[in-house]
Design a protein around this ligand. Structure first.
Ligand SMILES: NC(=O)c1ccc[n+]([C@@H]2O[C@H](COP(=O)([O-])OP(=O)(O)OC[C@H]3O[C@@H](n4cnc5c(N)ncnc54)[C@H](OP(=O)(O)O)[C@@H]3O)[C@@H](O)[C@H]2O)c1
Length: 349
């Protein structure tokens, strides 16, 4: 097959990163991205050689001197797949239906019922084949699915309880309605995250509580997992987790004592993106009943990006799960640093 022609509708926090990732795939071609507002992101796209299509009045872009290739309809007409990264409830599915051969990947802000299929590479890649419309679950749900599928495959998960501290706004959102000096619990039990995990892993027994904290850079999870069989040690658990390249086992000993250090590390190595879900090795514990506890950090802007790339291959059936994940991982530098730690002795893969 020729390269898959990909459109990104919504060049915002997630859309920009999906576009960058698509540019790094040798089996995909980025046809273009859409912008609703004529602002600096048009310049960013232009500097990267990305074609911009407008979803609003083209003349507003012309006035500001931003070059626009055409409109959304023209972009969709020239594409095999659209990755929809517009704000939740943008209701584009009806428009996409007008293009009978077009596949569409949606984001976690949308409800499961929009597509009837929620995707995670580690959990249900092969089920996506032929799905015209699929939804990549949210950043928190992606992290939970990734970690829990790894644990479930080795020890069996009896029950999960997770406490989620969510970031208030994304780093680029200077004036959005964020939280400055309080903890804002989501007043629901369980929080929607546990419900969402079940759209991908229906057999997992999970409850969650969530809230927003005054921070921007990452989400944090405190996870407690009752297991079918008890691990031999916490080292064994960290080794088991590190087998998945999309889980990075980090350590306070290495200076990763907060999410700020993880972000700082990524700034110098990977354009600020931590695609892997991070688990603190020295925060893993097992109590007398065999219950596992751990701290997890999630770069909300990045962990869903490899899943979006895989979802494109999965719905089209152009690669199996292992091949797609390996291709995505190597193109995005996922697992690269982990391998260095493995070879240096500290983690046994
Ligand atoms: N942010 C996260 O951490 C995160 C993590 C995982 C999943 N998600 C999900 O990803 C989706 C996108 O979120 P985001 O954070 O990337 O949002 P965002 O930063 O606000 O970006 C949304 C983009 O959509 C564009 N847009 C706005 N209205 C539009 C319309 N009517 N038609 C077409 N494009 C429109 C905006 O264009 P202009 O810039 O031109 O105005 C903007 O580029 C949501 O479902 C969200 O829940 C977000």
């Amino acid at each position: 097959m020729d390269k898959v022609r990909v459109a990104v509708n919504g060049y915002g926090t997630i859309g920009r990163r999906v576009a960058d990732a698509v540019l790094r795939q040798d089996d995909m071609e980025l046809v273009g991205v859409t912008k609703a507002t004529p602002d600096f992101r048009c310049l960013e796209a232009e500097e990267k050689g990305i074609r911009v299509f407008s979803v609003s009045d083209k003349s507003a872009f012309d006035v500001k001197g931003f070059s626009v290739e055409g409109n959304l309809m023209e972009l969709l007409d020239a594409s095999d797949v659209v990755v929809d990264c517009t704000p939740k409830n943008s209701a584009y599915i009806e428009l996409y239906r007008r293009f009978p051969s077009l596949f569409a990947i949606f984001q976690g802000g949308e409800k499961h019922s929009l597509t009837g299929f929620s995707f995670n590479s580690n959990c249900n890649y092969s089920r996506a084949f032929g799905m015209k419309y699929a939804r990549v679950v949210s950043c928190n749900t992606t992290a939970l699915c990734r970690v829990l599928s790894q644990i479930d495959g080795v020890y069996g998960v009896k029950k999960v309880r997770v406490a989620i501290a969510r970031r208030s706004v994304d780093p680029g959102e200077g004036r959005k309605d964020g939280l400055l000096n309080a903890w804002e619990p989501a007043l629901e039990y369980p929080s929607h995250h546990a419900v969402d995990v079940k759209t991908v892993m229906p057999k997992i027994n999970i409850v969650s509580l969530a809230g927003i904290a005054p921070m921007t850079i990452m989400h944090g999870h405190m996870m407690f997992v009752e297991l079918m069989s008890k691990p031999g040690s916490s080292d064994e658990v960290s080794e088991m987790l590190s087998v998945n390249p999309r889980i990075r086992v980090i350590s306070g000993d290495d200076g990763f004592s907060t999410t700020a250090q993880i972000k700082d590390y990524a700034e110098s190595l990977n354009d600020g993106n931590t695609y892997e879900v991070c688990v603190w090795k020295d925060g893993i514990g097992i109590d007398d009943d065999g219950e596992l506890g751990m701290h997890v950090a999630i770069d909300q802007q990045a962990d869903v990006i490899p899943e979006n790339v895989d979802a494109i291959r999965a719905v089209l059936g152009i690669a199996c799960a292992e091949d797609s994940m390996a291709k995505t991982n190597s193109s995005l530098g996922i697992g690269r640093k982990l391998n260095r730690l493995v070879s240096e002795k500290r983690i046994v893969a």
